[in-house]
Design a protein around this ligand. Structure first.
Ligand SMILES: Nc1ncnc2c1ncn2[C@@H]1O[C@H](COP(=O)(O)OP(=O)(O)O)[C@@H](O)[C@H]1O
Ligand SMILES: CSC[C@H]1O[C@H](OP(=O)(O)O)[C@H](O)[C@@H]1O
Length: 400
């Protein structure tokens, strides 16, 4: 099966429609007995799993709705995100086929991507919450980040061709969601915000902190303007399937040409949520994941740079180090924004929301807010992932 595109009129699928489509496209052997379930638990799209009862073979049909599923028809949203998702998966597969689902078919008009079923793996967020530590997660994600980001950047890609890709991945509606939900609304008294009343004072502290707002404005400006590489754009642990051996990154519908540090920072932040949710004796393994993600990223990015850089200045002493230092600094700041928005903004994370008892949940969210603010404001003086540990400790002491 291979990806292709053809035109048909848009209509949202239901389970029978998904089976009919799979049959029409001859994705299973003739006369196969097929079942289908809608399994989407994300904020935006429909996800159908179609399975051959006898052979057990299955595929995933993901379809965009003309609105954001989590809010409903009052929040219209472009179907073009499906084209972006398919093309991002195909582009990433050029560099790291082992870390993305195979795409079998796509149809822009129907806004569908048909891909490999990854149900044998577990969503990394759920696995980490359960205490399943996914030993290869950070090794794989570090390599995924380094290769997808280096080879789509001006360092590793023909700079003229890169501009045609920038055009192909213009993604204004999904970027607007991030500009609002990650970089704006949580820092103001906005009606999309969602937090427990026990956090009111901590939230107001954020709204009143002018230094924090200034630094967030600078990070938002980077997100708006720094077309450094084709970023995934929503690389949280809910967008990663994994087990002890395998890792697959899904859901790149927010992909666009943005700052490399954005993807790296979202990975840091989402691992930090898991750190915060754990008892201290179980945190070490997740801190190690953060360090390994960065170490592998640096190693793989540097190898790719030394082997394949097309930028003539790449061989100038100090240039690679400068780029890596800037990526880390920006990643720390972006991680801070992600931490704040997932704590008090529209879209939360289960790591924090499932903490029991309630008092511990609130105390942990207070630490998260303080940590997020510190990462944004102090990102220039945080130069290694080992410092996250100090910052978590320091903010925990200052909050409690
Ligand atoms: N390739 C896949 N294989 C198996 N399950 C999948 C696959 N893609 C998505 N899913 C399931 O659907 C859920 C939502 O998918 P996701 O791509 O995150 O949707 P959304 O864009 O709405 O966030 C995932 O959490 C996972 O349970
Ligand atoms: C109304 S979109 C909110 C939020 O949802 C997206 O995540 P996902 O599609 O993985 O559920 C993205 O993080 C958006 O910011």
């Amino acid at each position: 099966m291979c990806a292709n595109k053809k035109s048909s009129a848009y209509e949202p699928l239901n389970e029978n429609g998904a089976i009919a489509l799979a049959k029409k496209l001859q994705l299973f052997e003739e006369n196969s007995q097929l079942t289908c379930n809608e399994i989407g638990d994300g904020n935006l799209n429909l996800v159908f799993k179609v399975k051959n009862i006898e052979s057990g073979e299955s595929i995933i049909i993901k379809q965009a709705l003309p609105y954001a599923k989590v809010v409903g028809e009052s929040w219209p949203l472009t179907l073009d995100r499906s084209r972006i998702e398919t093309n991002a998966l195909l582009k990433q597969a050029e560099f790291v086929p082992q870390y993305v689902p195979r795409v079998f078919y796509s149809d822009e008009a129907l806004a569908i991507t048909i891909m490999e079923d990854l149900s044998h793996l577990q969503i990394a967020r759920a696995a980490l919450i359960e205490g399943n530590d996914l030993p290869l997660l950070s090794q794989h994600i570090g390599e995924f980040l380094a290769k997808t980001l280096f080879y789509t950047s001006d360092y590793g890609l023909n700079q003229h061709y890169k501009k045609t890709l920038v055009k192909q991945f213009i993604n204004p509606d999904l970027c607007k969601i991030t500009e609002d939900l990650v970089f704006t609304d949580p820092f103001f008294n906005h009606n999309t915000n969602d937090y427990e009343q026990e956090l009111q004072q901590d939230v107001e502290k954020i709204w009143e902190d002018q230094t924090l707002k200034l630094e967030t404005a600078k990070l938002k400006q980077l997100f708006l303007t720094k077309a450094e590489a084709l970023v995934h754009g929503d690389l949280h642990t809910g967008s990663i399937f994994a087990d002890e051996n395998e890792t697959k990154v899904i859901d790149p519908e927010f992909a666009y040409f943005g700052p490399i540090g954005f993807d790296v920072g979202q990975v840091f932040a989402n691992l930090l949520f898991n750190v915060l949710a754990r008892n201290p004796e179980h945190q070490g393994v997740i801190y190690n994941h953060i360090e390994t993600t960065w170490d592998v990223f640096v190693t793989e990015f540097s190898n790719a740079w030394n082997k394949d850089a097309l930028e003539i200045f790449a061989k100038v002493d100090g240039y690679l180090e400068h780029v890596l230092t800037e990526i880390f600094e920006e990643a720390v700041g972006f991680a801070g924004c992600e931490i704040i928005r997932r704590t008090i903004g529209l879209a939360h994370v289960a790591d924090l929301d499932t903490i029991e008892p309630f008092e511990r949940r609130i105390a942990t969210k207070q630490v998260a807010l303080s940590l997020g603010s510190e990462l944004i404001k102090n990102r220039k003086s945080i130069t290694s992932p080992q410092q996250f540990k100090e910052y978590v400790k320091q903010t925990a002491v200052s909050v409690n």
